[in-house]
Design a protein around this ligand. Structure first.
Ligand SMILES: Cc1ncc(COP(=O)(O)O)c(C=O)c1O
Length: 930
């Protein structure tokens, strides 16, 4: 990403800082080693200047990190000025090594300069960072203090003196002296877990940070210009919470602490202390706050359980692992997984563990912690993936006959959820990206139009829910807040189900969080409570009327405002924790922020009973608990790194002269039509783009592109998506996500390392070189064949078929302009084999029927992979474009289509017929003779 020119550019690279910092240390190390070698030989040369220049790049950033800290930085500066090239080389090698390996977190020797390991350093204390081999978790605590810089070393010493051998964790202090520096510190340093703010700190930073100033200007609610200096602490606390909500904040003030503690604006502060009070209290609170996030109640209990000597007479032969470890034939399974897996295998009914179906103990607490982490009121653990989470939500909130507005392109679990619940889908279409054989996201205008049509036809009360995929498989992120706001303006009690299967990690990115379901729900709640909300609504009512007229064409163009007195905030979010965090496969959650959830609480319990296994996997539950712990403690840093990884991949592919000849990663400009990019944002690497322009796009654009989801076009290299995916897997051990006709989807996540990037780039280069060589060798013929292949993949693409409509037999009101239908009726009609017929896809009979009828009506879902969305659903009238698309498809996997038999259709005579079971009359119970 291009950055604005500034005298200290490194501070403005807010979200690409962690690797950049390590790179700078590597760079400094290289320079220092060169100087050491040169100094040893000649005692003269440019080595010192190079080291000093590299050090300047680092110095400003290092103010915000505990390690190496002021003392080692001072020692380094002294050695440089003393021309001690060898000493500089040793010290820099040591520091950069400790930073890379992380040893500074537990080895107190790393904090000593190389030559004085035995010296009793003045600002070190007797208690070392770690005790022997027991690596206590390490973190950093930010102290924001108005004390002059000269006394900070003493303060840091005093803080270290609070450490006790019995402390379960250890932290190092980082001291800064202003509001802006505090913000820089929590942005740049992901190791900070808690912040202690002394009231009365000044605002301006000592660093030159134009982007930070601009960022602060965009947050009028966090304006510090009007806050009295003595009250700045609470404002700073709110700013920090906005950026990193997971941090524990403490305020030290000499004002009336009781008043502040009772002030709702200070709710973000975990504890308020009177400034002269015992610092040990602060210390203990810091440790307790982090310990609370660290605690994983279910996992901790499971570990204790596994250690107990238990004999089971339960239907759990795998538990304890005895029949495995002693087996002649399956011992390798035990060797592979290790005994703990079997010691931890158990069932809720054995006692000692909580029940996932009816949690009252540690699973309940684990769920509450997860809810806190994602910003919801409740979280329900699910051990069969988001496929099940989605079905649970439908089952819990929708009843037969309710209308659900859904992206037709959504995951199949939504369609099945509607079949199960009997909700009638009103499909809305995403914008097509025909060139890449994929869909984008559903324009808000389309959703509003659907709601307004229903209102015009008097059926708005039937609409229960709007469900959208955020982000889409290919990375389109909705403006979640705006979608909810405008829909609530039309129907104030709508429920929203945001399927964030891929996207839950975004909670830990300050950039992406506003676009998550829960981030938007929080913002909506804040807006609703503000006086501006009612003012905005009243202005709209004066212009458009209180009861919006669905025929008023202005409604589609205007940004609609809900009535803050009527709107309800009813948000459900499902996510595959296993897709973006460290949970085992199938670990998923339903997160609920629904102020009317009590309407559905018992239905929700039923939904859990209907869908959850009565033998949920304990390891999956434990991994959900642990995944939450990780994200609450290092999610910010990990997500920042995942975004950074994606940006590096995008940049390297775009800049490489040979790779970019054959491959490209699609930017926002090619993934999101211009009409949905109000801010003018084009791509992360367009000239003039910096994080502020990206932020503007996040705030304003209808769709934003998740940087971690990278559509790599391979059709221009002559590969269709599936072949390229197979090539990468078979030859290079690279696994990737989905494919389209001419692209593959790469995804960076919290697990990726820079070595992964290097491997990918190397492989793309190798493939590009192979293509070049083949074209060179094959001459004109080969080049013509290659061009034809590329053309076929890139231009001769089939049009994507829209959802046609449900057959009139499955519609309550065939004359209605809205297209919802009784998909469940059609689904069950297909259970009667005698009522179905099969027609081979290539059969001329299909063309005849398309031309002269009777209509072809699909009996089931037909879902080709790729693209993975249903091109036919039960009860849908099949039209020529769908047949054309299917005939052109060159994919092997088409769920719901049997190539040998052909398309399964509902016979015209059976359409609209009630399913067989519906005809069975209930038999009255026989009276007993007695
Ligand atoms: C948007 C979306 N929702 C839900 C799911 C289902 O998630 P899971 O695999 O956890 O069952 C997927 C899976 O790919 C998905 O893409």
């Amino acid at each position: 990403m291009a950055s604005a020119p500034t005298s200290t550019p490194q501070l403005d690279h807010f979200f690409s800082s962690s690797a950049a910092r390590l790179d700078r240390w590597r760079e400094l190390n290289a320079k220092a080693q060169a100087w050491a070698a040169e100094g040893a030989r000649t005692k003269a040369g440019g080595g010192r200047a190079a080291v000093e220049a590299a050090l300047v790049e680092l110095t400003a950033v290092e103010d915000f990190f505990a390690y190496p800290g002021p003392r080692l930085m001072k020692a380094l500066a002294e050695r440089i000025s003393g021309e001690d090239a060898l000493g500089v080389g040793r010290l820099v090698r040591k520091i950069s090594g400790a930073l890379l390996s992380g040893t500074y977190r537990y080895d107190s020797g790393e904090w000593e300069s190389a030559d004085d390991a035995s010296d009793t350093a003045p600002d070190r204390v007797a208690t070392p960072l770690g005790e022997g081999d027991s690596h206590r978790p390490y973190f950093e605590t930010l102290f924001v203090t108005p004390l002059p810089a000269a006394s900070r070393a003493k303060v840091a010493r005093d803080i270290r003196r609070l450490r006790r051998v019995e402390d379960a964790m250890v932290y190092e202090p980082v001291l800064v002296g202003s509001v802006e520096d505090a913000l820089l510190a929590i942005i740049l340093n992901g190791k900070i877990e808690s912040v202690v703010i002394f009231d009365g700190v000044p605002v301006p930073s000592q660093h030159d940070v134009p982007l930070l100033h601009e960022l602060l200007r965009t947050r009028s609610d966090l304006d510090v210009s009007n806050a009295a200096p003595r009250e700045i602490g609470v404002t700073l606390a709110r700013m920090i919470k906005h950026i990193r909500p997971e941090l524990d904040l403490y305020l030290l003030t000499d004002r009336q602490v009781e008043k502040i503690a009772g002030d709702p604006a200070a709710a973000v502060v975990r504890r308020v202390f009177y400034e002269v009070e015992e610092m040990m209290e602060v210390h203990l609170n810091i440790l307790e706050g982090v310990a609370d996030r660290y605690a994983t109640p279910f996992f901790d209990n499971l570990k204790r359980y596994a250690a107990r000597p238990i004999a089971t007479f339960h239907a759990l032969p795998i538990a304890r692992g005895k029949s495995i470890m002693k087996s002649n034939w399956i011992r390798d399974m035990g060797d592979f997984y290790g005994q703990n897996l079997f010691l931890a295998e158990s069932s809720a009914t054995t006692g000692g563990l909580d029940s996932m179906l009816e949690p009252t103990g540690n699973i309940k607490v684990a769920q509450e912690k997860f809810a806190r982490a994602v910003g919801s009121d409740h979280v329900f653990f699910v051990t069969n993936g988001t496929s099940t989470s989605n079905k649970m939500v439908y089952q819990a909130v929708a009843a037969p006959g309710d209308i659900v507005i859904a992206d037709r392109n959504c995951h199949k679990s939504h369609h099945y959820g509607m079949v199960l619940s009997g909700a009638q889908p009103l499909y809305v279409e995403a914008f097509p990206m025909t060139e890449y054989s994929m869909y984008g996201a559903v324009p808000l205008r389309t959703i509003k139009q659907a709601l307004l049509n229903l209102k015009a036809e008097g059926r708005l009360d039937r609409v229960k829910m709007v469900t959208l995929t955020n982000c889409t498989f290919d990375g389109h992120v909705y403006n979640t807040r705006r979608v909810m706001e405008e829909c609530l303006a039309i129907k104030p009690d709508l429920i929203f189900l945001w399927d964030e299967a891929w996207f839950a990690f975004a909670r830990w990115s300050p950039y992406l969080r506003p676009r998550t379901a829960m981030g938007a729900a929080a913002a909506l709640e804040q807006w609703r409570a503000s006086p501006e909300a009612l003012k905005a609504y009243e202005a709209q009512a004066a212009e458009l009327g209180g009861d919006l007229d669905p025929k008023d064409a202005r409604l589609l163009k205007k940004r609609l405002v809900p009535d803050p007195r009527k709107m309800r905030i009813r948000v459900y979010m499902t996510t595959s924790v296993h897709k973006s965090m460290s949970a085992l496969r199938q670990g998923s959650i339903v997160a609920v922020r629904d102020e009317d959830h009590n309407h559905h609480a018992s239905a929700f319990r039923e939904a859990v009973f209907i869908h959850a296994s009565t033998s949920p996997n304990q390891q999956i539950i434990a991994s959900l608990d642990v995944a939450r712990r990780q994200m609450e403690l290092e999610g910010y840093e990990l997500v920042m790194r995942a975004i950074e990884t994606a940006l590096v991949i995008r940049r390297e592919i775009g800049q490489h002269p040979l790779i970019s000849k054959y491959f490209s990663v699609l930017g926002a400009d090619r993934m999101v039509p211009e009409e949905f990019r109000n801010s003018g944002f084009r791509d992360f690497f367009t000239q003039g783009t910096n994080w502020m322009t990206a932020l503007k796009a996040v705030q304003e654009d209808e769709f934003f592109l998740d940087p971690t989801r990278m559509t790599l076009v391979c059709g221009t290299a002559g590969f269709d998506g599936t072949s390229f995916k197979n090539l990468l897997a078979a030859k290079y051990n690279i696994q990737l996500n989905k494919t389209s006709r001419n692209s593959v989807l790469l995804q960076s996540n919290i697990n990726n390392t820079r070595s992964d990037i290097a491997l990918l780039i190397k492989v793309l280069l190798e493939v590009s070189q192979d293509i070049e060589a083949q074209l060179d060798e094959g001459g004109e013929n080969a080049r013509a064949a290659f061009a034809a292949k590329v053309k076929n993949l890139m231009t001769d693409v089939p049009d994507l078929p829209n959802f046609s409509r449900f057959h009139d037999g499955y519609r309550e009101d065939p004359g209605s302009i809205t297209l919802e239908g009784d998909m469940r009726g059609a689904f069950f009609a297909a259970y009667e084999e005698g009522d179905c017929e099969y027609l081979p896809l290539m059969s001329p009979k299909i063309d005849e029927r398309l031309k002269s009828g009777p209509q072809l009506v699909s009996a089931n879902f037909v879902i080709p992979y790729p693209p993975g969305f249903p091109i036919m659903v039960p009860g849908q009238v099949i039209e020529a474009d769908t047949i054309g698309f299917m005939r052109k498809l060159d994919v092997k996997e088409i769920h719901g289509y049997n190539n040998a038999r052909g398309l399964k259709l509902i016979k015209p005579s059976a359409i609209g017929k009630a399913p067989a079971g519906a005809k069975v009359k209930a038999v009255p119970p026989k009276r007993s003779k007695s």
